[in-house]
Write a protein that binds this ligand. Sequence first.
Ligand code: ATP
Ligand code: MG
Length: 351
Amino acid sequence: MKNQIAQITALAGDYIGPEIMAAGQKVLATVAKNQNFDYQITDMPFGGDAIDKTGDPLPQETIDASKNADAILLAAIGGPKWDKAPRRPEQGLLQIRQELNLFANIRPTKITPAMMKFSPLKQEKPVDFVIVRELTSGIYFGTPREKHDEYALDTMRYTRTEIERIARLAFEMASKRRNHVTLVDKANVLDTSKFWREITAEVAQEFPNVTYDQSYVDAASMKIIASPEQFDVILTENLFGDILSDEAAQTTGSLGTIPSMSKGIDGPALYEPIHGSAPDIAGKGIANPFSMVKSVAMMLANSFDRQDLADQIMTGIDVAVERGIVTPDLGGTATTDEVTATIIDAINERR
Ligand code: ATP
Ligand code: MG
């Protein structure tokens, strides 16, 4: 952390973005007050909101405030209102990822006993793994990239540096969890995958306490459904990670429950729900705040080393679920505010 008091830049964005951001900030204020966590939040315009105010989805002051922060909270941006805008909200998202060099995307899939009833999985065992996905290279960015009348081509390219830095991140995460990394690839076919295996094996030697294995992506996609309890940290490249993280998200029962962290080379990490701005339910007060509240917990644990506060928040969420105070996406009838108030009550009761 570079600032004396934790500096958080908050980008509420569009549609349900401000609704869930408010919930996240209320829960943050609750644990901070109880446990002496000093912080300052700066709210900045981003996405469609910023287009309306300045014409630009990512104004320079938002870039500056983000770079100077210790962590960034983002809710959700975009939606039909800006479909015809000359600059679209999503361009702001791509740009901020570049500005902050966010090369790793980390998505937890955690299904606690309380949450198990929402999962389409048949198994009873709790699920708790994270996917560490490379975000700035691979086939989405490689050149040449060509489309002709008779053929087209994309290029999957990875450098040693790109693989080393994300492999190290995966092993560091595993060493704070259950000490296991699974590299997911297609090394029976792809040379890039063979390269990932070589370099990941080298990085693994720096972490003697972390066990390491590999799985082909086709097999891994079955295991995420059939036996997810065997995973701790899944390390994978961009394309495979894109697919597997959406598959994993579905096993929890609602998009509205899942946070994520994107990490840069240095500088602040960015925390956000994995879902979009949900224009269909905006303004109704029924957005599920879990994804945003969990993003706050992830931020406290990872950027500010306050796992204790993160644990309190996660327990608060489980209590809301146990009391049946959940939003319609989870089959409940509660509003965003009622769910948030229940989480806050649970945190305060357990002090
Ligand atoms: P994007 O392109 O930005 O990813 P999307 O088209 O994939 O957006 P989302 O905004 O992620 O769509 O929403 C997909 C569905 O999930 C919508 O029906 C939306 O209402 C629902 N949804 C997403 N987030 C939440 C939430 N926090 N609470 C309740 N429902 C949600
Ligand atoms: Mg989407």
